[in-house]
Design a protein around this ligand. Structure first.
Ligand code: ZN
Length: 81
């Protein structure tokens, strides 16, 4: 099933939070003001359309080393298609 990401304002919110940074799920959820389950689901839909970088590194928000999610636009400009 394909989800039209552009039509979902939440996705724009989440991508804005994690663009060119990396944060763990709880911190993304806290910043977005959404439950982690919802964030997790949105991350999945984002990863289908954007370069979602998943890595174990220091979270930019809580500074703990854990699984973080980020969108790296460096060298990968988003094409409008
Ligand atoms: Zn964190």
């Amino acid at each position: 099933m394909r989800t039209p990401v552009a039509a979902n304002p939440d996705v724009a919110l989440f991508t804005g939070i994690i663009i060119d940074t990396a944060m763990c799920l709880p911190c993304i959820a806290k910043k977005a003001g959404a439950p982690t389950e919802q964030v997790n689901a949105l991350l999945r839909s984002i990863s289908a359309n954007l370069r979602l970088a998943v890595a174990i590194r220091q979270c930019a928000a809580c500074l703990e080393t854990k699984t973080t999610f980020g969108i790296n636009t460096n060298g990968h400009p988003r094409d409008a298609e």
